[in-house]
Design a protein around this ligand. Structure first.
Ligand code: PLP
Length: 425
């Protein structure tokens, strides 16, 4: 049965061949677990790349979405608005700090939202350049790729108006916060006139680039410099926003409030919806005709409202902080036993484990990372790798992740790491 479904997927879609996925065809899920077509339960430490923020089939989402489908208030905001999307817009404005007249734009994905921000900031400011970071992933559509710096994306796709700064990493101290600030100052003084720069796109934790937590004070210092030149500040909260880091917003750890915040993935709890919260004049200037038929869909809005309600009711930001600290402590325990673990970093339930062949030289253990994850999958645990060297295991489990799941995940990882060290893979 499993082989059959797998073969059909490969023939009909081909996702399993193209990407870093496992020979797994999910037929269901509940809580932190997926169920595959063999009947095996898989503990999902990725939560589908952070999208299943409440886990699978969470009662609040099941209830809200079922109600929204039973009493469907339209499907397209192009023919009028709907109550759920208006409520969601007001809710996002309330929970996202910011000044002045602001608005919300809704899309389907992090990619279309970032692409729309790109267009809006260029149109609104009349400036053509964008600053982003090497390693940044802002999406997979043409416009969002143009402002991304991830090595997996072909350089040809990038905008010639994109300026990439290095993202400093405490573990690999080859690029320090001070050196990046110096690069910025030098660039502004010599090669890139600041009046040409519309915005800077910031990930408060660089996730696909390797789950990198920036050095303390770095982003605040950079934001201060950008503000002095009238450069708009965009916080890409798509993967790590909405309670994942132990606070509601990723930027809240970094001492700055962005002009524009971009939400996606976990906002819909597994349904496709993204949002931009930003100044009304910027969104008005740049989002005319930036619309697709199902933008603002009431069923997706109902799911997002259920996610935000649950985050608030169950204080999932606080839970993320405490469970993340426990998971991190358990991983630190494993690192004493397994020298392949070079670094453990993160905030709340956004955690990266960097694997190295040599702790002193910090050489990336790329092949080992893939083998380890494959073994984890065989043992019933799902996680993926990120980073330019594909050697950082990323954990973004459901925000409902708890002590029992931490114990199970640690035991499986321990077993898989032992199997890897013993050459049993
Ligand atoms: N921004 C960040 C920080 C992301 O991690 C991603 C996806 O991984 C995106 C944007 C793109 O989101 P989507 O895949 O929903 O288009």
């Amino acid at each position: 049965m499993a082989t059959d479904l797998y073969a059909r997927d490969v023939a009909a879609i081909g996702t399993l061949q193209k990407l870093r996925f496992f020979p797994q065809t999910a037929v269901g899920g509940a809580g932190c677990y997926l169920r595959d077509s063999n009947g095996a339960a898989l503990l999902d430490l990725s939560a589908s790349w952070g999208a299943a923020s409440l886990g699978y089939s969470h009662p609040a989402i099941v209830e809200a979405v079922s109600r929204a489908v039973r009493d469907q208030a339209g499907a397209s905001v192009l023919s009028g608005t709907n109550a759920a999307i208006v409520e969601l817009a007001e809710r996002l404005l309330r929970i996202t700090p910011g000044e002045g007249a602001r608005k919300v734009w809704f899309g389907h994905s992090g990619s279309d939202a970032n692409e729309t921000v790109y267009r809006a900031v260029v149109r609104a400011t009349g400036r053509r350049r964008i600053i982003a970071f090497s390693g940044a992933y802002h999406g997979g559509t043409t416009g969002s790729m143009m402002i991304s710096g991830h090595p997996s994306q072909a350089h040809a796709e990038r905008s010639s108006d994109l300026v990439l700064l290095p993202y400093p990493c405490r573990y690999h101290d080859t690029v320090t916060a001070e050196s990046v600030l110096e690069i910025f100052d030098h660039m502004i003084a010599t090669s890139v006139p600041p009046h040409e720069i519309a915005a800077i796109f910031i990930e408060p934790i660089q996730s696909d680039g390797g789950l990198i937590v920036p050095p303390e004070g770095f982003l605040a210092a950079l934001v201060r410099r950008c503000r002095a030149h009238g450069i708009l500040i965009v916080s890409d909260e798509v993967k790590i926003g909405l309670a994942r880091t132990g606070k509601l917003h990723g930027f809240a750890h970094e001492g700055f409030t962005p002009d524009i915040a971009v939400f996606g993935k976990g906002l819909g709890g597994g349904l496709p919806i993204s949002a931009i919260v930003g100044p009304a004049d910027v969104l008005d200037a740049g989002t005319a005709f930036a619309m697709q038929t199902l933008h603002g869909n009431p069923v997706c809005a109902a799911a997002a409202l259920a996610v935000l309600d649950t985050i608030e009711r169950e204080d999932l930001a606080e839970r993320s902080a405490s469970q993340g600290a426990d998971l991190m402590a358990a991983l630190r325990g494993l690192s004493e036993k397994h020298p392949i673990i070079g670094d453990i970093r993160g905030r709340g339930l956004a955690i990266g484990v960097e694997l190295v062949d040599d702790r002193n030289k910090k050489t990336p253990a790329t092949r080992a990372a893939a083998r380890l994850l494959y073994r984890c999958h065989e043992l019933g645990l799902v996680a993926y790798y990120v980073g330019g060297n594909a050697n950082v295991i990323e954990f973004t489990p459901p925000l409902t992740f708890g002590p029992a799941e931490i114990a199970e995940a640690t035991a499986i990882l321990d077993q898989a790491l032992s199997d890897l060290a013993a050459g049993r893979l």
